[in-house]
Design a protein. Structure first.
Length: 196
């Protein structure tokens, strides 16, 4: 019985660790969403003004709505770089695990593109507005260029995300583990009485 308990605890740890692997170049750093474009960093947030007033989102968007993407530079260098922004459908099928190498492997990036803003220099804040039409997985791609140097950030996100996450799984797992421990104690107690 203890082997089963160890097995399910291992699964629990792996599922919890899974959250840390997701979502590419956007890092949730103490309630601040940080976009990593190569070694350059920027504060990154998304607003859904038509459905969620002034609430900020890091990545996954709960509604299919007009979305305002905002990038505030942490590195001064970004304010003098050409920055372009692209949103594509997740044609990789990798969802939260899509990375730059997967995007580079897409044969026709333009066919997968739902939005593209040409490279511009935005001295203070980079922002774009896009109206999503359907719930799905998408990948945001930010490229910052200065001369021959180009840095890329790739971040997958889900639009229309209304799921409850892993909590139902955890609740079922905790109930199962509690039952397993109860049965094991009962089994040990029965074994004790049988031996006396």
């Amino acid at each position: 019985m203890t082997i089963l308990l160890k097995f399910f605890l291992t699964i629990l740890v792996l599922v919890l660790a899974n959250d840390g692997f997701a979502h590419g170049s956007v890092v949730d750093d103490n309630d601040i969403c940080q976009l990593e474009v190569g070694f350059l960093k920027a504060h990154f947030k998304v607003y859904l003004p038509q459905t969620h007033d002034r609430e900020e989102f890091c990545e996954d968007l709960p509604a299919v709505s007009e979305s305002v993407f905002i990038m505030e530079y942490e590195h001064e260098l970004l304010s003098s770089m050409l920055i372009d922004f692209r949103i594509i459908r997740d044609v990789t099928g990798l969802k939260a695990f899509a990375r730059e190498e997967h995007i580079l492997a897409i044969e026709d990036l333009d066919a997968a593109t739902v939005f593209y803003k040409d490279a511009v220099i935005e001295p203070d804040v980079f922002s774009v507005v896009y109206q999503f039409d359907e719930a799905d997985w998408y990948v945001g791609i930010v490229r910052a260029s200065l001369g021959a140097e180009t840095y890329t950030a790739v971040f997958p996100f889900e639009v229309g995300f209304t799921g409850v996450g892993y909590w139902p799984f955890f609740a079922v797992l905790i109930c199962f583990l509690t039952t397993l421990v109860w049965y094991e104690k009962r089994y040990q107690k029965g074994k004790l009485y049988a031996g006396s």
